[in-house]
Design a protein around this ligand. Sequence first.
Ligand code: NDP
Ligand code: 8X3
Length: 257
Amino acid sequence: MSKIIFITGATSGFGKATAEKFAAHGYDLILNGRRTDRLNELCRSLEKKYNIACLALPFDVQDEKAVAEAIDSLPGSWKKIDVLFNNAGLALGRDYFDEADMNDWNIMVDTNIKGFMYVAKAVSKIMAANKQGHIINMGSIAGKQVYEKGNMYCATKFAVDALNHAMRIDLLRHNIKVTGIHPGAAETEFSLVRFKGDEGTAKKIYDGLKPLTAEDIADVIWYCASLPAHVCINDLTITCTQQADAIYFNRNISLPH
Ligand code: NDP
Ligand code: 8X3
């Protein structure tokens, strides 16, 4: 029987690349995101390309009731979730604390902390009953170190880091692995979302850098998930070579492609 990975935020970026990586290794997929057309299209194309099964499960992670209903409604055979990639999230705005938009802050808290927790809680119950599973939580370098104008986004990712550790401790008794992944700058739709469609500003973030790609992160997720049963990576920070931490970059060198 094939293994199953459940990925939130699979319509783009890390989630989408991870869906393809696991499909290539024969996993069946449960894919979530809000953009239903993209989800359905991705599912059909991965099923065809890799001969796997894919279930599109669109919902907004901010909606506690929708999360619970969607996960409850999974058919029995889909409830045997081996891996959860708890990845859906976003940054909105990059403004000084006193100037930032309260609505942006509310959406980040509702998505990156509350949505993250709704999904993790529902899936950890299933894994606890199965006495096995692996939850891979998407943090950020922004959850390790605060940077100027990062305020609430950083705070949400610090919360993810804390919850990741808390889950590792509390789920130990159920034989569930828990891994936190903390990437630095990676070129996905992340910056376009953060800067609300302003392509020029979004692109500037990666000026002079060869940033991480979604595929780099998918490789790391696959590595973490394919280790032997007795090995668990608890916490992993990954940046491109030109980034040392959340603040220090070397944008001057040009790397061979
Ligand atoms: P993308 O914008 O490319 O992907 C974000 C994904 O999250 C999309 O599939 C989006 O789907 C989904 N999503 C956002 N809000 C919701 C919601 N309310 N309900 C369900 N799905 C949602 O960005 P990345 O792939 O880069 O980001 C993925 C994760 O990685 C995020 O948690 C981000 O904070 C984190 N991260 C990103 C880094 C980067 O530099 N790119 C670095 C470190 C961490 P849809 O819009 O269809 O709902
Ligand atoms: C995304 C990376 O540095 O833009 O989490 O916060 S950063």
